[in-house]
Design a protein around this ligand. Sequence first.
Ligand code: HXC
Ligand code: NAP
Length: 267
Amino acid sequence: MTPFRPGLLQGQVALVTGGGSGIGAGIALRLAEHGAVVGLVGRTQSKLDDTAARIRSVGGQAHAFALDVRDYDALSGAVAELVERAGKLTLLVCSAAGNFLSPAATLSAGGFKAVIDIDLLGTFNACRASFEALSKQGGAVLSITATQAFVPTPLQCHAGAAKAAIQKLTQDLALEWGSVKIRVNALAPGPIDATEGMRRLAPPGADERAKLERALPAGRFGTVDEIADMALFLLSPAAGFITGTTLVADGGQSLLGGSRLLELMGG
Ligand code: HXC
Ligand code: NAP
């Protein structure tokens, strides 16, 4: 674990959707390690409480808000409460997402809508609900997308469409919100080990997983810590001139292309 270094994000206040588990929790912890006060959003109170406890154990401050990102009013209320408790909002991370493997030919309209609503509408809701607070002093937004946004990927039309739209939204918001000193970026991870996403999407057998790992230019899956470091960079003053960009951190997975992925996933 990175040692507690309060300097980099001292005085910053962050809201992290999907902060109760996986990549979102790893990012929340990293931001807190560097001095930010962190608000955690997710639907499951126990997951938020676990992450808040991890943050407090490294000397950080955390507040939990159990809500669904599809509910704009609830998100807006959480932003207001965080600002009341911590004095301001300067950073937003949109990591909440839902996903499952499904052929487009059998995916129901409800299944497609559920993923679009959690990922895309949820990201818009978080950005829109945070805008006023962020614009008071300026800040930075980071959305977690995926390589499915630009690599055609079997069984992923719903998530791929949502993530592609989030990358476009990132560009549009960066263009409109630069004037009030809000930077807006996205981060596209490849396969990240020990996450819910990989439990749902990676081939189930150990041999197939190993074959997929070997096929990656990096020769391995990424880690939550690596994604948290990348998020720290994009949200910190070190990235002060970067806006409207998607940083890809995928161990080279996207270089393989869709047909190689299909083959590796047993299609
Ligand atoms: C086909 C499915 C399905 C499945 C649900 N549905 N699971 N369709 N295959 N495995 C359909 C249902 O039939 C229903 O359609 C609709 O989706 C909504 O289902 P609900 O269970 O009511 O939805 P909800 O409670 O909102 O839950 C959303 C969820 C769920 C996405 C379905 O799995 C969830 O809450 N996931 C959150 C955690 C998660 O997914 N983490 C991984 C993120 S990783 P009908 O037609 O009956 O209404 C990730 C990987 C990276 O994103 C790559 C990204 C591109
Ligand atoms: P995860 O642990 O399931 O993270 C998703 C989080 O979002 C959960 O904490 C979940 O908590 C929350 N969430 C889901 N639906 C929500 C809703 N409607 N309202 C509020 N919160 C909601 O999965 P992960 O694998 O770490 O994924 C995190 C992010 O990284 C996602 O954006 C994902 O698309 C992206 N990503 C992951 C990978 C990977 O390899 N894992 C690769 C590329 C991109 P609740 O269910 O309690 O609400």
